[in-house]
Design a protein around this ligand. Structure first.
Ligand SMILES: Nc1ncnc2c1ncn2[C@@H]1O[C@H](COP(=O)(O)OP(=O)(O)OP(=O)(O)O)[C@@H](O)[C@H]1O
Length: 762
């Protein structure tokens, strides 16, 4: 078949699938209605009492309802690709791949397969010829004879792209030889950016697919260049894990950690569009506060960043030293040592007894606490010991009563031997019997209360002051720090932190330590078990934060994505992934890299690479996908009027090209306020919305935003407000910040500056 015939064939096939879908949906809707009526009758008949039949019908109804909505969603575009595969010794099959599997549940006729199914792996990783994929039953060999992608527009197939026909060979790209260009991918990347991140099921690339389909049991770290799809891949991986392990994991068992509310809103559409629901999403600070059970006002990492930007040399040094220390695993070790000291103090226990009658010996309590249960938090151990003793209590009371009997038997015999029979002896014996029975009664009656009292006193109730106590612990300083930490540094940190706590504030840099301490003493609060954690922009997390998070994910199942080149919180974040691989995971984790960038045009990436390469000698330049655009425009301005003219003409150009989102990026929020006021006063042609730290989302297309808040986001066009050498100096911080700013644009970049241009772009 030539392309024209193939296109006609596919259009017809789509028509048939849509027809089938329509019929199938109406059939299922009728089934849903019948079930609804049947359930109503059953409810009436059961009069509120339990009915197995009713429960089964309700379950069936929910299933049918879910399927109806899934199938209805798929009506516009039921699939996005097709592969032709012939399994060894079988007939060739044409398989259509979509976001959802579609088929007739009753007849087993499958129309579309799920993109996450094992065989769909061939679409993402296989090339024509001999291939294999891993199915639950083992490896399946065969031959792939077609890989076809469909370009949809308004629910209709507009074009088809067959692999090896539509890939154009471009020679001498980046002087690294030839490279294949996926035309289908290129068309998708040329689209305009919206306010929300999109799913990419149709164009997932091989290196991304490998990460998405990795096993859940090993933590993975992904270092990826700006725009390489880290966020997108991490979210698609979640959808994959929920599909593959559907029996064990639900959305409620997943936690996504991201830098701020704007970012969380930006990614909020991807998961539902992939059929993933109920996932917990939070910033690390909010989540750690939840673990701590605290509600204090947070001094955020961005408050700290602004302070740092304004600080003099001395203050800057102090902040960096303190943040670095609090985020280090050295600090965690210090808390571990404090816990050990606490444990020894807590293990100084007494017997549990009533009068002189011992129910449980101190030695046994100590052994259970220090040895047998040492893997649990301090309070959990106490609770477990209590639970264990409560179970044994009846037996222990019985044994204690036997001991009492024995003791009094001796007393009775002695009395009998020493006194002559007569009223006196009888009186004495009666007194002994009464005493014995009284004690036994007492023990039977009060043992539970005594046990409860003992553990009530022993349990640590106060969690709020734990950190304060740790900070105030001055004895055995050397032991606590293993002699590594300078006392003056520690005193400084201690003083500052206690002052902050006294003011009712919690520093974001203390959250990991506070949550860790709380977990060690009190354990985790009651919440759904977390079976997988995704951490985005992880280069901005401290090793201690990552360590604490790793304790929360069962089996340390985590997807950690980040880019060292964008680490603007470098003073407390990650500068080398080896620190995480070895320090946090003791070498037991996978490390993957994504080097290709999909966001920006070649021109924008090459421009941003200039700054990236100034960061460290061994930095690798980001590789763009072959997509050309306008060269970034660098222009100086003298007056506000001139600047506004430039902004207006940039916006006109972008809008004229059918693109819509434009961000004016300023270095700080203060500069943003100035920019907003200039644009308002001078009556700019367009209306610009100022984005603030605490905003929950970005709804406008024209915004003014401080540089650090652009992390993870993207816009059709970025306008750098003032790229002067005063704003972007040659400091480590500015190199990272400017790199972040320059890598946010998809299609257009305008770089304006006053006075002297930054040296970072020379
Ligand atoms: N395989 C792909 N097909 C189509 N688009 C893709 C693909 N991979 C990534 N993209 C697009 O590239 C852009 C960048 O993706 P994403 O934000 O996930 O990258 P990132 O690595 O997290 O970026 P950054 O670190 O700069 O925040 C998004 O618009 C995304 O849709």
């Amino acid at each position: 078949m030539n392309k024209e015939q193939s296109l006609a064939f596919e259009k017809e096939h789509l028509r048939e699938v849509k027809e089938w879908l329509k019929d199938y949906i109406s059939k299922k809707m009728m089934e849903q209605e019948e079930l609804e009526n049947r359930i109503a009758v059953m409810k009436k008949a059961s009069k509120g009492s339990y009915s197995y039949e009713l429960e089964t019908n309700e379950q069936l109804y929910n299933l049918v309802k879910k399927n109806v909505s899934k199938y209805t969603e798929s009506k516009v575009q039921p699939y996005f690709a097709r592969i032709d595969f012939r399994e060894y010794k079988r007939e060739k099959e044409s398989l259509y791949i979509g976001k959802n599997s579609l088929g007739d549940v009753d007849t087993g006729d499958e129309k579309v397969i799920d993109w996450r199914s094992p065989i769909a792996d061939l679409y993402y990783s296989g090339t024509e010829g001999k291939v294999y994929y891993k199915a639950p039953c083992g490896v399946i060999d065969g031959e792939l004879s077609l890989k076809r992608k469909f370009l949809f527009e308004d629910g209709e197939i507009k074009d088809i792209f067959d692999e090896s026909i539509n890939e154009i060979i471009i020679n001498n790209l980046n002087e690294e030889g030839s490279e294949l260009v996926d035309e289908f991918l290129k068309i998708n990347l040329e689209k305009s950016s919206g306010n929300k991140l999109k799913d990419i099921v149709a164009t997932i690339q091989k290196e991304q697919n490998e990460i998405i389909r990795l096993d859940k049991n090993t933590p993975i770290i992904v270092q990826g260049a700006a725009g390489s799809g880290k966020t997108t891949v991490a979210l698609h991986r979640l959808a994959y894990l929920l599909y593959r392990y559907k029996e064990n994991i639900g959305g409620e068992n997943i936690l996504v950690l991201a830098p701020n509310s704007i970012f969380l809103d930006y990614i909020s559409d991807v998961l539902p569009s992939l059929g993933v629901e109920k996932v917990m999403q939070s910033t690390i600070e909010e989540f750690l506060l939840k673990i701590m059970g605290s509600k204090g006002k947070i001094i955020s990492k961005d408050d700290k960043l602004s302070r740092l930007q304004k600080a003099d040399e001395k203050e800057r040094k102090d902040i960096i030293e303190e943040c670095g220390f609090k985020g280090s695993l050295l600090y965690k070790n210090m808390i571990d040592r404090y816990i050990k000291i606490l444990e020894v103090q807590e293990a100084k226990v007494e017997d549990i007894k009533i009068d002189q009658w011992i129910l449980f010996k101190a030695d046994e309590i100590k052994r259970l606490f220090m040895n047998d249960m040492s893997n649990l938090s301090i309070n959990k151990r106490k609770e477990e010991i209590k639970r264990y003793f409560s179970k044994k209590l009846k037996e222990t009371v019985g044994k204690t009563c036997s001991k009492i009997e024995l003791f009094y038997e001796f007393k009775i015999n002695k009395c009998k031997k020493e006194m002559e029979d007569g009223p006196e002896r009888r009186k004495a014996l009666i007194a002994i019997y009464d005493e014995r029975d009284g004690i036994k009664k007492d023990i039977v009656k009060h043992s539970k209360v005594v046990l409860d009292d003992y553990f009530n006193k022993w349990l640590n109730k106060d969690s709020r002051d734990l950190y304060r106590k740790f900070l105030s612990y001055e004895e055995r300083f050397g032991e606590l720090t293993d002699g590594i930490v300078e006392e003056s540094l520690w005193n400084n940190i201690r003083e500052n932190t206690l002052k902050t706590l006294d003011e009712g504030l919690i520093d974001a840099d203390d959250c990991a330590a506070m949550a860790y301490l709380k977990m060690k003493v009190h354990g985790l609060p009651k919440m759904a078990e977390i079976k997988h954690i995704v951490i985005d922009e992880s280069q901005d997390y401290s090793p201690f934060q990552l360590y604490t998070a790793s304790l929360i994910a069962s089996g340390k199942s985590m997807t950690i994505v980040g880019d060292i080149g964008q680490g603007i919180y470098y003073y407390r974040g990650i500068n080398d992934w080896n620190d995480v691989i070895n320090g946090v995971f003791e070498g037991k984790c996978s490390y993957k890299m994504l080097t290709q960038s999909y966001r920006s045009t070649i021109e924008i990436i090459e421009f941003a690479n200039k700054v990236l390469l100034k960061q460290k000698a061994d930095m690798k330049p980001t590789k763009p996908v072959i997509r050309h655009g306008m060269k970034p425009q660098v222009e100086s301005y003298i007056s506000d009027d001139e600047l506004i003219e430039k902004v207006n003409s940039a916006a006109d150009k972008v809008l004229g090209d059918g693109k819509k989102s434009i961000a004016i990026v300023c270095r700080t929020y203060d500069e943003c306020k100035k920019a907003a006021s200039v644009l308002k006063k001078k009556n700019s042609k367009f209306k610009w919305k100022l984005i603030k730290e605490n905003d929950k989302s970005i709804k406008d297309d024209f915004i003014i935003i401080p540089s650090h808040l652009t992390k993870g986001l993207e816009f059709d066009c970025v306008i750098v407000y003032d790229c002067s050498n005063v704003n972007y100096t040659e400091s480590e911080f500015d190199k990272k910040l400017l790199y972040v700013v320059l890598t946010r644009a998809l299609h257009y970049e305008f770089v304006f500056y006053k006075d002297k241009f930054t040296k970072l772009l020379e």
